[in-house]
Design a binder for this molecule. Sequence first.
Ligand SMILES: Nc1ncnc2c1ncn2[C@@H]1O[C@H](COP(=O)(O)OP(=O)(O)OP(=O)(O)O)[C@@H](O)[C@H]1O
Length: 607
Amino acid sequence: MSRTEDSVRRAERERLLATRLPAGPASEVVRDEIVSSWRRCQVVGVVPEGAEVPYRPEFERPQRLRRAADPVIDQLAEQLDDGPISILVADSDAQIVDRRAGGRDLSKALDAAYVAPGFLYAEEFTGTNGIGSALEERRPFIVSGSEHFRENLQEFTCIGSPLVHPISGTVEGVLDVTCRIGNTHEAIKPLVLSAAREIEARMYADASRREQMLLEQFLRARRRATTAAVLSLNEDVVMANTAASALVDVSDQAMLWEWACQMLGAQDEVVGEVRLARDVLVQARASRVGERGSMAGVLVEMRPRSRVTTRATVLPRPSTSLSPSSDEPPLKGRSVASARLREDVDTALAAAGPLLVCGEPGAGKRFVAAHLHRRRHGDTPLTELDARASHDTSDQWIEQLRDALAAEQTVILRRIDQLAPTLADAMERLLEEPAARWLVATSRARGGDGAAARVLDHLPFSLTVPPLRYRTEDIADLAADLLVRHTTHRPLPRLQPGTLRTLRSLDWPGNVRELDGVLATAAGRSLGCDITHEHLPPEYRSTSNRTEHRSLQRAERDIVLEALAETHGNKLAAAERLGIARSTLYRKMRILGIDENHLPMAPTTSL
Ligand SMILES: Nc1ncnc2c1ncn2[C@@H]1O[C@H](COP(=O)(O)OP(=O)(O)OP(=O)(O)O)[C@@H](O)[C@H]1O
């Protein structure tokens, strides 16, 4: 949208909000509040007060969608002219990215109801509606009047049809036609369906043209650069010569695509060094295939430079019985945070005492503790104890720990910060003994006071595993390792670049454990195919600011939980109480994560 269009739109919005209010001095104040809240929402993207519809001020119309949809909706808008029907296009996050036709009256009403570009209509935020429900169900969806969850939509009929990419199978967006209930006509549905099919046909033709261009460039480069690894790729397609297949891992493909897109910017060709997952440094040349406005993909030619030397192989080794094994590879990860962690691991290995690994739940503390053990002692056995178990049988538990340490075997003591308070003194004494050097403990964090801080003070050598949100560049590598556990399909399914981008944009409060759960679901759904947005659990498909949306989700979750509690878990009665269909209640429960397994755990007593 140009700056002029933007300011015209904003002025129109302010005028519209002002005219919705009765005249008089009191309403002046209210009007000012609404207008300023709208301004705020334009600037920072908050939900306008009272609107309860999430809004993102900055958005781009996805190129692929625009190329296929624009000619069709241009024509449709011309036919509908100023009639009482409006055409909307939403992207795969259910964010409205375009609105056409509709005439003055309907456009005003839609503005007032926040049915305008920038607003998000994903079901999890806005309940049942033509856009979000069509996206969720992957089928055409009609929602009329009070079938809408939100009151602001109840004067309209919305007919949405998902726009499914005919080659990749991903849902690229939704075409929706909206009118007032009184103007609903049976001809509208076939109109939406045939326009949606035409958009999909254009996607097919566009993809074939782009693939053709990629193929031509790939064949040309393969003939020219006989000794190089050649890769030609875009979001959907990867072509590789034999050298590239041997060099490039599954997780590298998405990384190379992102790297090339970022580096190319306005240029047609760039050269740089890239580190691949197999620890190989390559000199890569990326060139654009196709026009700048409608890039078909990139061609990447690579030549290995060397094997990367990691610090782990050059750092001094600790002496005596704690000498490290040279077989264990260093921890993976391309992020700066992971590079720092590798350095901390090397420093910790040089220490002779017990070690403490700190980090948020699920960040990978146990994983790093086991890595430290293998680096020190190779594939020898180790003992693992959980401090939460010390509450039940404290004497027996501490004896078990003492015996394992005395046997000169690594003990991974998980969650030492949750040790039974009665064992604090005994633990302090134990940590002073020479056998304590066999201990690797994990804990959320250092600090605090009282017994917990005292015990942790006996573990001076510590390192912290960074939360996943600070190392999202590692997700491609992590995914390759985690997916191996969840599917028997080979070759392993890959994360499509768009899916990887989405996963990298999330904040991951449950860290690697949460990522592992998401990939387990996705691997189950993808049946060996590459992983697209549709394979992710719904709440992980959006790249939008989750924190902001969570408050809306929480409010809706509370309402649903309350209705279920009041009806003693009777879903039919709860749905009736909420005024929604039982199938909608089931869908909401799934989206909002309501089931018996998600009941909050009682807090454990800890130090
Ligand atoms: N770098 C990694 N590569 C592969 N898998 C990992 C990695 N880090 C963590 N994981 C996996 O993530 C899950 C959680 O890791 P882990 O149990 O080590 O977390 P934690 O920080 O010890 O959790 P908690 O504090 O909640 O006990 C495990 O399944 C683990 O195997």
